[in-house]
Every structure is written in structure tokens, then in C-alpha cells.
Write a protein that binds this ligand. Structure first.
Ligand SMILES: *Cc1c(COP(=O)(O)O)cnc(C)c1O
Length: 487
């Protein structure tokens, strides 16, 4: 199994090399040369637990590189009861006319934990395969959840240092508190005066800065990425699509039932993993791409025109406030075909772009306004006593717009715990909660729903602030240099 760049660089990498490199030298993203076919059906898989699914699936992508024993170690170090509070790692919960695939039972209460709990282990093993390993300097731009989850995953991991940039005013109070209080000897967190797209573009530029790369190399370091462009994040995310399907089959669903996955989408990483699952042979009917008011993808799926030149909106689902979804480049590549010049040209999606491309049949897009998100949170709670976070609510709105069609099954991918976005969730249920701050609302949410405040959030308010730094976009490179020189 070899990996190539979306932008035509002829170099072929092993899985472990692509995990370490993160982004290709030509600025492209790594993709498997060929998407493998799955040999087990959901019915056959329904006897497997989560780790067995992960091992089976990842074996297809990492074979002849990671040994089976190495993969077992990575999988078991990531998916265990220390890192995940749900006994099954993820839950599939039926509520009303949909199933919810809850991916938020990890340490930072968002779906990013699904991949970021295993990426550090995949990197550690990859480093052992290199003759003169360099310390990995992990550069990360975050719209909130990636930062929290990457810091948790990489803290004190030998052979790594991690610096996270987040938009100063673009993440929730709780996400920010999580990041700026994060301990660990190899960690730095910096707020940025700008939005996520600006921060992500600048991180890409720093990544490709030749002079800086030479200087790092001379000192025994190299850049790597924990962003969703890393193949070590994309591939572990394919697992839960298979797992969800086989759980539904285990619960009595006929294996032939067409299942639609409704995915709250930002950087297009989660839904792309679903697309890989479908290409591998999982009988998915539609991948339903749910956007918030930053609806660049909805417009593309409606009209075939991708246009990221537009106004940016801050919404209640900050992890989806993205106008340049970086993983979209991989979809373009797979649609156009590896040998297609057009594909390579279109794939160059850094910066804002406008182009036309046929819409693949596998996808449908919908979007939710802020008012629809709030109404959905209230409706699901009032009718089913089930709480969803604003990102999941965007998907719920898409579920309603697509409809529960006879003979089909809709699975809503739930990407964050409602506790993480307490203010939006509680004030959607009842205006009276709008007067309280995020932290007091944790208790109120606990009382209202008869559930416990998740351990990672209890006590967060009183933690010491360790990372007060804020920089302009133009100051990000210096922040990296200063930090790296200091340690
Ligand atoms: C990251 C994130 C998303 C968006 O996922 P992508 O892979 O970037 O499309 C949605 N919801 C939550 C809670 C997230 O953290």
C-alpha cells in the first residue's frame, strides 16, 4: 500500500512515511494510490468489537509496513477505558426516526478523539522505522476541537513537540479554557487574531517554508501535522462507519438496508472517511453533508460550483466555521482520477477558489441556519429527552430536510458532547439560561438531564492559565521560531 500526493508529485510513500510527513512537499495531501476493497460484510463484522474493527480496517491501509503486532499495540493504546468513557468506545443510540452515532466519549468530548487518540501511537511506531529519527514538531491550526484533542493526545509523547494556533475569538469558552490550561512539557498554545482559515493557510505556509525547514533539520527537528490532512487521522475515521453499520445489523437491521450517514462538516475529513468506507464496499446509500451558515459545500452540492470567496460567519458550531475545507482536495483528486491533469489543477485548493466540477452521486448537501439549529436542539430534547450539541443539531436539521425515507435508515453522526457547548444548548432549550455563563450551566445541564458532568470538564474553570499568548497571523512564524528556540 503506497501513498501519493494529490498534486502529482511522483514520490510514493509508505503509510508510516505519510503519517510522519503530514503534507507533501508540493503542498498536496497524501492519498492511498488505490482504495482497498473490504472482504468482510457488515453481517460478518457484527461479531467484532470496536478494536477488532479498527485492527481489521487499518490492516488494509497499513499492511506491509506496520506489523500486525504494532497495529494491535496502537489500537489498544488508543481505544481503551482510560481514554473513552463508553464501554463500546462509541455508542449507537436510537432516538425517534434516526440513529445517533455518538463519537464524543473520548477525553476531550469531541469526535477528533477518535483519530487523535491513535495518531501519536502511529507516529511513534513510524519513527522507529526511520534510521535517524528527528523530533517531530507538530504544527496545528484549530477551529477548537482539534487543538484540545491533539494536545491531549500528544502531551508528553516522546519524540514530539506540539504547537497549537486557535482563532482568539472563534472557539467556545470551554474549548479555549481547555487549551490555555493544558499542561505538558512539550506543549505550546497561541491565540491568533484572525479566523481559522487564515490560521490554517499560514500554518501551511510555515510548513512549506524552505529556509525554516532547513534550519529545523540541522537542529534535529522536522515539521509534522496533527490536522485532518494527516493520513493517520483520515484512516482511523473510516473505522466507525463500518462499526456503526455492523452495530445496526447486530440490532436487527437487514444488511441490505440502504443507510445514509449525515455528517456535520467543516474541513471535510469526517465525511471523506465515510466516502472511503463506501468506496471500500460498505453499502452506504447517501453521504449527507450538513453545513452551518458557512455553506460553501452545500452550494457546491446544489450547483456544482465550488466558491470559497464569500463572507465568513461565526456560528454556534465553531468547528464547522470553515470556508476552505482542506480535505475537499482529496475528493477532487479521487473524482478526477490520479492521472488527470484537470484533477491536479483543481486539487490546488489552497487559498480561496472558484471552479465548477460535476457533483458525485454519493453526496447530498443541506445547511442549517442558526435559528434552525436552536430549534432542533429544543425539539429533540422536548420530544425525546435527548440532548444534542450544536454541531450534531446541524446534522439533525439536514436529517429532517432529507427526510426519513421508507426502507432507508438515517444515521446522524454526533460529533460533540452537549456539555462542551452548554451555553448554546441550554439557552436553546429555555431562554432563561442565556443569563448564565458556560461553567455554571454545566451543573444546570446535569440537573436537567440527570447525567453527570463529564470528568474532563469538571474543575476546568479553576485550572491555572498556562498559555496566555496571542499573536497576529503575521506573527505565527515567529511564535514557532521563538518556541522552538526556547526548548
Ligand atoms: C471537527 C468537527 C467537525 C467537522 O469535522 P470535519 O472532519 O472537519 O468536517 C464537526 N463537529 C465537531 C464537534 C468537530 O470537532
Amino acid at each position: 500500500m503506497k501513498y501519493v500526493s494529490t498534486r502529482g508529485d511522483k514520490k510514493r510513500l509508505t503509510a508510516s512515511q505519510s503519517v510522519l510527513k503530514g503534507i507533501a512537499a508540493d503542498g498536496g495531501l497524501y492519498v492511498p494510490r488505490k482504495i482497498p476493497q473490504a472482504y468482510l460484510t457488515p453481517a460478518e463484522l457484527s461479531g467484532f468489537n470496536y478494536n477488532a474493527h479498527a485492527l481489521w480496517l487499518m490492516g488494509h491501509y497499513f499492511k506491509n509496513d506496520y506489523t500486525p503486532a504494532e497495529l494491535v499495540k496502537c489500537v489498544d493504546s488508543a481505544y481503551n477505558s482510560q481514554n473513552f468513557s463508553a464501554p463500546g468506545i462509541v455508542n449507537v443510540t436510537e432516538s425517534g426516526d434516526a440513529a445517533f452515532l455518538e463519537l464524543y466519549h473520548g477525553k476531550t468530548l469531541a469526535f477528533k478523539d477518535m483519530a487523535l487518540s491513535i495518531l501519536p501511537h502511529l507516529m511513534s511506531v513510524a519513527l522507529k522505522k526511520v534510521s535517524k529519527p528527528k523530533t517531530q514538531v507538530i504544527l496545528t491550526a484549530t477551529s477548537g476541537d482539534t487543538g484540545v484533542s491533539a494536545l491531549e493526545g500528544f502531551k508528553n509523547v516522546e519524540g514530539t513537540k506540539i504547537i497549537v494556533f486557535y482563532p482568539e475569538n472563534g472557539v467556545s469558552v470551554i474549548q479555549k479554557q481547555h487549551m490555555i490550561t493544558q499542561s505538558g512539557g512539550n506543549i505550546r498554545v497561541v491565540g491568533v487574531r484572525g479566523n481559522f482559515d487564515d490560521a490554517q493557510s499560514e500554518v501551511k505556509r510555515i510548513f512549506l517554508d524552505e529556509k525554516l525547514n532547513k534550519q529545523l533539520e540541522a537542529d534535529g527537528y522536522e515539521f509534522s501535522s496533527a490536522n485532518s490532512i494527516n493520513t493517520g487521522r483520515l484512516i482511523p475515521q473510516i473505522v466507525y462507519y463500518f462499526y456503526a453499520y455492523s452495530q445496526l445489523v447486530k440490532g436487527g437491521m437487514s444488511p441490505d438496508t440502504p443507510v445514509n450517514f449525515i455528517v456535520p462538516t467543516g474541513n471535510f475529513g469526517n465525511i471523506l472517511a465515510g466516502c472511503y468506507a463506501k468506496k471500500m464496499g460498505l453499502p452506504i446509500n447517501k453521504l449527507i453533508c450538513a453545513s452551518n451558515e458557512n455553506k460553501v459545500l452545500f452550494d457546491y452540492f446544489e450547483t456544482g460550483v465550488f466558491d470559497s470567496n464569500r463572507e465568513f460567519h461565526l456560528t454556534s458550531s465553531p468547528s464547522m466555521d470553515i470556508l476552505v475545507p482542506s480535505n475537499f482536495e482529496r475528493l477532487v483528486y479521487h473524482l478526477a482520477g490520479p492521472e488527470d491533469d484537470l484533477g491536479r489543477m483543481l486539487a490546488n485548493l489552497s487559498g480561496k477558489q472558484k471552479f465548477k466540477m460535476p457533483v458525485p452521486e454519493d453526496f447530498v448537501g443541506f445547511y442549517a441556519t442558526e435559528a434552525e439549529v436552536r430549534a432542533a436542539i429544543k425539539k429533540v430534547f422536548d420530544t425525546h429527552g435527548y440532548l444534542i450539541d450544536p454541531h450534531t443539531a446541524v446534522a439533525y436539521v439536514a436529517h429532517e430536510k432529507y427526510g426519513a425515507r421508507p426502507g432507508e435508515r438515517n444515521v446522524i453522526v454526533s460529533t460533540a458532547s452537549p456539555y462542551k457547548f452548554a451555553k448554546t444548548v441550554m439557552s436553546s432549550i429555555d431562554e432563561k439560561y442565556a443569563a448564565f455563563d458556560d461553567f455554571s450551566l454545566l451543573e444546570k445541564m446535569s440537573e436537567l438531564t440527570n447525567t453527570h458532568v463529564p470528568a474532563p470538564l469538571a474543575g476546568l474553570r479553576d485550572k491555572e492559565i498556562l498559555h496566555p499568548a496571542v499573536a497576529d497571523i503575521s506573527g505565527m512564524k515567529n511564535a514557532v521560531i521563538n518556541w522552538y528556540n526556547a526548548c
